[in-house]
Ligand binder design. Structure first.
Ligand code: MN
Length: 229
């Protein structure tokens, strides 16, 4: 049986539109999972039903999260916010955190996983290094250093990789029970993971767009863990 990997999607409420780049579903298919796009719902009980249906969850990229959800007032650099998507994903992430069901977060998804665990974000990166590239989506623009003995290093089997970068926010303080496990050269957090041994991993870059083995190994690990949870 292929494990069912639920994938969260964008919700443009003013256009009555759900959307998701096909990179995510393609990456799950290539790793041997069955992708299932999860529509944002207001209903708390439906969210729980979706969670039960899935063997693992992939939190996709997207817009900014309302800083109110991590106890901060909105900076003027805050981008587009989707309150219903925020609520839906945070509920899913808290269920993953509580149950240990495998969860992989990408970009915004990485930030969702951190906030669900009580962490905070930098609302707008002010440094001099580029984190919002104009290069093609599969082009790696900066290095990251990965902590040894982390879940991430056990997956990619190295301590330094080059990644793409499409974010203006980043993890500030990690959530309880989480640890930042990769940093860019300027000290920006590029990945966060559970310290309790469960597969709860967020990466700030976009591996679904990359063509290297490191990126593929992330989806393979999610699917493999989801088979056996
Ligand atoms: Mn970056």
């Amino acid at each position: 049986m292929q494990p069912v990997i639920g994938i969260t999607c964008n919700y443009k409420q003013t256009e009555n539109l759900f959307c998701l780049r096909d990179y995510y579903t393609d990456s799950i298919c290539a790793a041997g999972g069955l992708p299932l796009i999860l529509p944002v719902t207001r209903a708390v009980d439906l969210c729980a039903e979706y969670f039960t249906l899935c063997d693992g969850i992939l939190f996709s990229g997207g817009g900014d999260i309302d800083p109110y959800l991590f106890g901060k007032a909105a900076d003027k650099e805050l981008g587009e916010v989707s309150p219903l998507r925020d609520a839906f994903e945070l509920q899913l992430a808290r269920m993953a955190l509580a149950s240990g069901k495998p969860a992989l977060g990408i970009c915004r998804g990485c930030q969702v996983l951190n906030i669900a665990a009580g962490g905070t974000l930098v609302q707008d990166i002010k440094g001099e290094r580029l984190h919002d590239q104009k290069a093609p989506r599969d082009y790696p623009i900066h290095d990251i250093l990965i902590k040894s003995d982390s879940l991430l290093s056990s997956i990619v089997q190295t301590d330094r990789i080059r990644v793409n970068s499409f974010h203006h926010q980043a993890i500030d303080r990690e959530g309880e029970s989480l640890a930042i496990c990769a940093l860019a050269g300027d000290g920006i957090a590029e990945a966060v993971e559970s310290r309790t041994g469960s597969f709860y991993l967020g990466v700030q870059w976009h591996p679904e767009c990359m063509k290297d083995d490191y990126s593929r190994s992330l989806f393979a690990a999610l699917v493999e863990k989801s088979k056996h949870f």
